[in-house]
Design a protein around this ligand. Structure first.
Ligand code: NOJ
Length: 502
């Protein structure tokens, strides 16, 4: 049960480390930096998709679920990375993308080529209605979720970009295909999977309209068309399959539902082990909101015997320091939030560069690559700003990420934020993370009372105090383990500390 308390580190493959000088990160680059991750103190890494892909959605449009895109390396590179990670004591999760394929997947090509081709039934083609699409479902990237196939006059469903046709999970052939994909990676020795769009695989077959939040929230929260009961027996089968392997292989579901009780349904004892909990990420810098979110997630997960997980950043959302206001104040809040995150019970997911305190990068529109930007006609800026490669050194232009030009430009301030510049600087955000990971408390969780504007709880003998926006507080007496700022005069606002009290 290594995963119940694990810290996972998300590697956005194209932006972590480039070994061959093409400006794009790759598997050999990751392999060369595994020592950094071991020393940082994380338990596991999650690799975003490195499969062959035409990149309509940066790898989440997969052409071959058991291959490696030559830009990222080869299967031999993957095996070498996995072996080295295991030698260093790091577990490895790969990203499973079962909701859709690339439009360039051979099976979708077959599906388009002939309406009677058996592969057509692997996807969701439906006749239109009143001269338009079959219903009003919208894509997460904007516009209708249906694309006309002019040859047949039918439409196919894509909850994301039109280049990402959705698979029909009611077709048992699709289910069998993915069992083979799971076995392929489990046989190679991976420790588990992050499941993309995990609440979305089965769609409401009646095609009833979705009840989406109005006005829409910035995160997609489809509830009525997806989140179908058929998912639970599917995940139970996957769990049995993974349990047939040694060493506790796991599934982490990307279940993007606000309702934590519904998320908990997916992590019952015989289903997925973990589900991302993105709720904390949606909270403002507000102690009452954060405490309520933590309480609700913790209660919902423990009610089914599962553990919660905590996420403040990933490759789909603006960096935490920027969300918390940006600049020096945003970075300070993000440091305090790091101590909150790493003291909470359950699993934690860190996103590469979060440990460096990176902020969202402002990119000119002509450099943007995210389909969200294009499909929304530029109204939504998209996710490129958190996907800029991370800096290892102070050397321009690639800051040690690449010897050449990085695939997205890295701003000047990445120099002082680089791993090299922060290492051994006790005041740096990187050293704060190293120290927090070294002292991470794991004992029983209990809320403690604190003044308004604070979040205070105990993990056995360690008290975690987060002063969100209250006047300076006195720290509990005991041994100070870690603090996000100087606490010589008490705990100022936007500061957190861990104190061993007995
Ligand atoms: C969630 C992934 O994190 C995101 O990057 C992607 O665009 C969608 N799923 C579609 O695969």
């Amino acid at each position: 049960m290594w995963w119940r308390n694990a810290v996972f580190y998300e590697i956005y493959v194209r932006s972590f480390a480039d070994s061959d000088g093409d400006g794009l990160g790759d598997l050999a680059g990751i392999r060369s930096r595994l020592g950094y991750l071991r020393d940082l103190g994380v338990d596991a890494i999650w690799l975003t998709p490195f499969y062959p892909s035409p990149d309509a959605d940066h790898g989440y449009d997969v052409v071959d679920h058991t291959g490696v895109d030559p830009r990222f390396g080869t299967l031999a590179d993957f095996d070498a990375l996995l072996a080295d990670a295991h030698t260093l004591g790091l577990r490895v999760l790969v990203d499973l993308v079962p909701n859709h394929t690339s439009e360039e997947h051979a099976r979708f090509r077959n599906a388009l080529s002939d309406p009677d081709h058996p592969d057509r039934r692997r996807y969701l083609f439906r006749p239109g209605r009143d001269g338009g699409p079959p219903n009003g479902w919208t894509s997460a990237f904007g516009g209708s979720a249906w694309q006309l196939d002019p040859r047949s006059g039918e439409y196919y469903l894509h909850l994301f970009a039109p280049e990402q046709p959705d698979l029909d999970w009611h077709n048992e052939t699709v289910q069998r295909d993915f069992e083979q994909v799971l076995r392929f990676w489990l046989d190679r020795g991976v420790d588990g999977f992050r499941i993309d769009v995990a609440q979305g695989l089965f769609k409401d077959q009646s095609l009833a309209e979705m009840e989406e939040p109005d006005p829409p929230t910035w995160h997609a929260d489809w509830v009525t068309a997806v989140n179908q009961p058929e998912l639970h027996p599917l995940y139970r089968r996957w769990r049995r399959l993974a349990d047939g392997y040694e060493d506790d292989r796991i599934f982490v579901g990307e279940i993007v539902l606000e309702n934590q009780e519904r998320v908990a349904d997916y992590v019952r004892a015989d289903e997925l082990q973990l589900a991302f909990n993105l709720a904390l990420l949606w909270d403002e810098w507000d102690a009452a909101a954060m405490r309520a979110t933590i309480d609700r997630s913790h209660t919902a997960m423990t009610a089914v015997g599962a553990v919660p997980t905590w996420v403040l950043e990933n490759h789909d959302v603006p960096r935490a320091a920027t969300r918390y206001g940006g600049g020096a104040e945003g970075r300070r809040r993000a440091r305090a939030a790091a101590l909150l995150l790493l003291a909470l019970p359950g699993g934690v997911f860190l996103y590469q560069g979060q440990e460096l305190g990176l902020e969202e990068v402002e990119l000119p529109d002509e450099l943007r690559q995210d389909p969200l930007f294009f499909h929304s006609g530029g109204a939504r800026k998209g996710r490129d700003g958190c996907r800029v490669p991370i800096p290892w050194t102070t050397t321009r232009p690639g800051f040690g990420f690449t010897p050449s030009e990085p695939w997205l430009p890295m701003p000047e301030e990445f120099g002082p934020r680089s791993v090299g510049a922060q290492t051994e600087d006790p005041a740096s955000t990187l050293e704060l993370h190293r120290s927090a990971l070294a002292h991470r408390p794991t004992g029983a969780f209990e809320w403690l009372d604190g003044p308004s504007g604070t979040v205070v709880f105990r993990r056995s003998d360690v008290v975690c105090v987060v002063n969100v926006d209250a006047p300076a507080l006195e720290l509990p007496s005991g041994d100070l383990l870690v603090a996000s700022e100087s606490v010589a005069d008490g705990l100022p606002p936007a500061t957190a500390a861990w104190v061993r009290t007995r």
